[in-house]
Ligand binder design. Structure first.
Ligand code: CP
Ligand code: NVA
Length: 317
């Protein structure tokens, strides 16, 4: 089983992971199976990326992405370098293309967290080593892979499972929506007016769902949206780079808080998901965040396992 999955992840060999939709549902599912195997059998993959180097460029803050990628590389026998844009010449105006060409001469892969998605595309075009998306304003694919692994662990399958995202139609929502419909899950997005997901990504998700049979819905009222939900997911109301809008967002998103009352409209065994960092009593009540339904720390751990599968598939020689 796992040998077949490794074969299916060969589509990533030497390639970038900028967004999930660049790969087939079979490849994404195989990555999840590989991540599951890597989590259960850590020693089997020890030395798999022996001597390989990953550069990790951060143009925004991070706890999970930084530490989980570095831990993943070390567990696979390689090494990771934290490269803060505050200390690099890109922070003083050197182009991302020149940076990509220079780093390609030293490293075997680059992970980057940046602002616009076009910036990661420019880096990937210039670099001749795999480039992995550690979050852009448009997508957060490694988060979605970890979330799918978490759902797989809890449910054992994707089809017939309903995931409802409540809150901002942001990078996390985009990747989650695409990943969910690729796996044939039923996905509902509940956002306030003015904070919907990007139209071009909704169009892609609709197209994929028509192929996989996933039920894709957009329901503005959160209490209606979560009916029949197996998982309710939320993210911060103000993403990195949107700090000036924080006050308006607090007001606009107030009816979208995931709290005990909202959870009572979902399935009795519904789980709560969040990519973290969380703001208790803003997008999620402290009771739900820290309650029995919460699987947020399982998700956080799974970042490392999912990324090990990505690094192994993209970088293994
Ligand atoms: N979920 C996530 O990407 O966390 P960090 O911002 O801490 O990396
Ligand atoms: N949407 C959030 C996710 C943080 C992991 C942001 O972009 O800041």
């Amino acid at each position: 089983m796992i040998t077949t999955d490794i074969q299916k992840t060969q589509a990533l060999k030497g390639k970038d992971l900028l967004k999930l939709v660049d790969y087939t549902p079979e490849t994404i599912e195989a990555l999840i199976h590989l991540a599951d195997d890597m989590k259960k059998n850590r020693e089997k993959y020890f030395d798999a990326l022996k001597g390989q180097l990953l550069g990790m460029i951060f143009e925004k803050h991070s706890t999970r992405t930084r530490v989980s990628f570095e831990a993943a590389m070390i567990q696979l026998g390689g090494h990771a370098m934290f490269l803060s844009s505050n200390d690099m010449q890109i922070g003083r105006g050197e182009t991302i293309e020149d940076t990509g060409k220079v780093l390609s001469g030293y490293l075997d892969g680059i992970m980057i967290r940046t602002h616009s998605h076009s910036r990661i595309e420019a880096l990937a075009e210039a670099a001749n080593i795999p480039v992995i998306n550690g979050l852009t304003d448009l997508y957060h694919p490694c988060q979605a892979l970890a979330d799918l692994l978490t759902i797989y662990e809890i449910k054992g399958e994707f089809k017939g499972t309903k995931l409802v995202y409540v809150g901002d139609g942001n990078n996390v929502a985009h990747s989650l929506m695409i990943g969910a419909v690729m796996m044939g899950m039923d996905f509902t997005l509940s956002t306030p007016a003015g904070y919907e997901a990007a139209t071009q990504i909704v169009e892609i998700a609709k197209e994929i769902s028509s192929q996989t049979g996933a039920k894709l819905e957009f329901v503005e009222n959160p209490q209606e949206a979560v009916q029949g939900a197996d998982f309710i997911y939320t993210d911060v109301w103000t993403s990195m780079g949107q700090e000036e809008e924080a006050e308006a967002r607090l007001k606009d998103f107030a009816p979208y808080q995931v709290n005990e009352q909202l959870l009572s409209f979902a399935n009795p065994d519904c789980k709560f998901m969040h990519c973290l960092p969380a703001h208790r009593d803003e997008e999620v009540s402290a009771g739900v965040m820290d309650g029995d339904a919460s699987v947020v720390f399982q998700q956080a751990e799974n970042r490392m396992h999912a990324q090990k599968a990505v690094l192994y598939s993209a970088m293994k020689k």
